[in-house]
Design a protein around this ligand. Structure first.
Ligand SMILES: *Cc1c(COP(=O)(O)O)cnc(C)c1O
Length: 491
């Protein structure tokens, strides 16, 4: 029996709940405030006023119920386990949120003179130093707003650096076949030709393969380590050497740094450029499209190429520096998404160096524990059975039925938990990509593995039926969902 009426897709619009004359606000008693309150439009010049705004008329309780019910249609890390591979849906500590929403932060305006925002600028300056230390880079620009934008900044820097150093004709970027789709997209947007690097049977990029693909056309390589299969690339140092020898630059996709934090640095593996996803590894709530931060870091020889502004420290204090000599220019307004940057700063200060190393230990332990708890007959590993997983594990659902991974993903929703990423990386048949992160207690990992094993058993004996059953929205008709599409705005 249902304890309460669950929100559903055909929830009435708030305007449909409206009753003329019903009022949901408390009118202040002070006559001056009251005068304004009765007619708030009097603050707006008459010429700009609309004749009728047609606001819905409801009681306070009706409004509360409406929005609370809609909020039940959401899923979040704070409701249940959310092991969406490659997305690092970790717990975002509330203390970061408190600092990010403190008054001083909320009131700050990007056009304020630098001398009035020295505090926040000093925080960004320190954050840049921390990120440089964590990755082994020389300098970071914090402005880029997402991983993909960090990548784009990175490949633009490769283009400009090569143009300045006799490499104008270099127009190829190597990208492994296991890469995130944003890698080839960023390279193509910057005008490069994308050369696909095939992984071997163990899901690894071999230095020999890379050597064979390098030429005088090579501008660089975009490399994700650990890769999207959750595996460390054992030949990364040799791969870097090969690309450098050929005259190219090495780009590190650090969207998911969870496995390396405090333990290994891309700078020490030979990378020249790095981006980090602060909204993933450094704990900002994400999903649903933002806001994020994808700062981009470089070695010394590329420091003047960074996107501007960067935070500078001089005799007169901190300021935003727009005058880097070879900069690719600004890619985003001002210093970037400052609340995301501030949360990352708090997260790093909260954990300290040893805490960050604990994060990677726990993230790797959780991924391996969960992976080993799965029925290997049902969910065989896609690659490198003998290799230890890093931040995530990719398995292939063993089934003759097409769409088996999708069915498992839909079914797991009925257990009150989020699905893994499905059908990615593209080189894995019926892929489930599972990234539990360091924040899940072992009981949750057990529960998740038990759910997946149970789902497979039910699927095999044919008793699964239509899934999901317990969610506000059932399985959507993928065809009807896009054609014809009817959008309803719930406000
Ligand atoms: C998430 C991710 C990206 C893209 O990051 P966005 O912030 O979504 O643009 C790039 N590469 C990898 C490996 C990722 O997991």
């Amino acid at each position: 029996m249902k304890r309460f009426r669950q929100a559903s897709w055909d929830e009435p619009l708030i305007s449909e709940l409206s009753t003329p004359g019903r009022i949901g606000m408390t009118v202040p008693t002070d006559p001056a405030v009251r005068r304004r309150f009765r007619d708030p439009t009097s603050l707006v010049p008459a010429s700009l006023r609309r004749k009728s705004v047609k606001l819905p008329e409801l009681s306070e309780l009706q409004v509360l119920r409406h929005f609370n019910r809609l909020s039940q249609m959401n899923f979040s890390v704070e409701l249940g386990m959310y092991p969406l591979g490659s997305c690092t849906m970790k717990y975002n500590p509330k203390v970061s949120e408190m600092v990010a929403s403190s008054d001083g932060m909320k009131q700050a305006h990007p056009l304020q003179p630098a001398e009035t925002v020295q505090g926040i600028l000093s925080i960004f300056y320190e954050l840049e130093r921390y990120l440089s230390e964590i990755t082994g880079m020389y300098r970071f620009s914090l402005s880029t707003a997402a991983g993909a934008q960090g990548e784009f900044a990175g490949v633009l820097m490769i283009r400009k650096y090569l143009d300045d150093h006799g490499g104008k004709e270099r127009d190829e970027i190597l990208v492994p076949d296991s890469a995130h789709g944003t890698n080839p997209a960023s390279a193509a947007m910057a005008g490069f030709k994308v050369v696909k690097v095939p992984s071997d049977a163990n899901g690894q990029v071999r230095a020999e393969t890379v050597k064979g693909l390098c030429s005088e056309r090579t501008a660089g390589m975009m490399f994700t380590v650990p890769n999207t299969l959750g595996l460390f690339e054992g030949e990364v140092a040799e791969v870097s050497r090969a690309v450098h020898l050929a005259g190219g630059l090495m780009y590190y996709d650090g969207a998911n740094m969870n496995a390396l934090l405090g333990r290994a640095r891309p700078g020490d593996m030979g990378f020249d450029i790095v981006h980090l996803n602060l909204h993933k590894t450094f704990a900002t709530p994400h999903g649903g499209g933002g806001p994020g931060a994808g700062p981009v870091g470089v070695t010394r020889k590329l420091a003047e190429y960074l996107p501007v502004p960067v935070v500078a420290k001089g005799k007169a204090g901190y300021s935003l520096d727009y005058a880097l000599k070879h900069t690719i220019g600004p890619l985003k307004g001002f210093v970037g998404n400052s609340a995301v940057l501030l949360r990352a700063y708090v997260y790093i200060r909260l954990l300290g160096a040893s805490g960050l190393a604990d994060v990677s230990s726990m993230a790797v332990l959780a991924a391996n524990y969960l992976w080993k708890s799965l029925d290997p007959e049902a969910y065989p590993p896609s690659h490198g059975k003998e290799l230890r997983r890093k931040h995530e594990a990719v398995v292939s659902v063993k089934s003759e039925l097409p769409g088996a991974a999708l069915t498992v993903a839909k079914a797991v929703l009925d257990y009150g938990m989020h699905a893994p990423t499905v059908y990615f990386p593209l080189i894995v048949h019926e892929a489930l990509m599972i990234e539990p992160t360091e924040s899940e207690p072992v009981e949750m990992l057990d529960e998740y593995a038990a759910a997946l094993n149970d789902i497979y058993r039910r699927m095999k004996e044919g008793s699964l039926g239509e899934v999901p059953k317990n969610t506000s929205v059932g399985k959507v008709d993928e065809v009807k969902a896009s054609h014809p599409m009817t959008l309803r705005v719930h406000w």
